[in-house]
Ligand binder design. Sequence first.
Ligand SMILES: *Cc1c(COP(=O)(O)O)cnc(C)c1O
Length: 409
Amino acid sequence: MERFTGSFTQQEAIPEEGIAAALEVMRHGRLHRYNTAHGEIAETALLEEEFAAFTGARYCLAVASGGYALATALRALQVCPGAPVLTNAFTLAPVPGAIASMGAQPVFIETTPDLTIDFAHLEVMARETGARVLMLSHMRGHICDMDRLMALCDGLGLKVIEDCAHTMGAAWNGVPSGRHGVIGCYSTQTYKHMNAGEGGLLVTDDPGLAARSVLLSGSYMLYARHRAAPPPEVFEALRLDVPNVSGRMDNLRAAILRPQIALLAERGVRWNALYRVLEAGLAQTQGLRLIPRPAAEQFVASSFQFTLPEWEPERVAALIARCAARGVEMKWFGAPDPVAFTSRYAHWRYAAPNPLPQTDAVLAGLIDMRLPLTFTTEDAALIARIIRAEVLAVGQGPVGPVDALPMGD
Ligand SMILES: *Cc1c(COP(=O)(O)O)cnc(C)c1O
């Protein structure tokens, strides 16, 4: 019986160029972004300029985390305490967390079987709550029809903040993810597309939102040192009205990240090659549904999902345990308790979520796994063979008792 022995949590090393730049920052000691020698341009300011160019945005701000970027976007849009903010029911905890950090009210929108936001439910909830903002999460890299979504949101008077934690370098119909809405937010945490341990990036074309975001991040009136920010006049009108909610990025992280921007395209090709091998290996497996990928969606697959429609929970649990025993670590969004990142909307009690039957049905059979670039296409083929064999074995007949579910990282 075949077994997989690779690690689902092992990312690639930081490129040598990033290591050298990080050492340089540590040697001179000026880690704070505004601590520069005469004539020196901080690594953080250069990163912002380069990431703005990568996305085609006019402005970019580097911050401490993806979650902080999301909260900054809400603050810049002046979302008030108690205000409803629409968001995907299928997302990760930092998204409703950013909304709750404002004292605002997350309002969860149903998920389609293709793992994107349900437009009909979005429209109903926008009208019912009178919300002004949609925080759209491209969860696990699945992008909804952005042309239709933006037309719908424009009609409803909704401003869109894009959570691009899983879509850095992706696009819809050629427009980069993060460039459809008024603000795009990205994460540079270890499991995302660029790895600095932690970190976040925010992009926008709106000078007022960019200036507010810079002031919010804690610019100590040194905003003129930013290179991907609006001119000082825009700040002068706002500087005494916007509070400091410190969450800057430092030069060490920026130094690690800068050389990774140029690697994104090549990494995307490798990620998608792994994805396509898994997809092909699982095609036409009875009981297993693959997630369709529309031609307009230029995705960057750092993870893989499939669903097991109508499977009883015991059967799904048995499959997870049997795959784990063969070295294939999968996460189940339908698990009764939060394990690792598999939190689902019903677990965010602070948001008092209403039951969403369609999302519940999707999550009940939703399986998720990481696809680190340390895997080869042979690894992906082996993983697919193991999953396929176990799905066929567990999918029919009686399910025996399951002792323990694997714990996440
Ligand atoms: C990782 C992640 C974030 C935020 O990232 P942090 O940098 O960890 O705060 C936001 N949304 C989704 C969907 C994520 O996976």
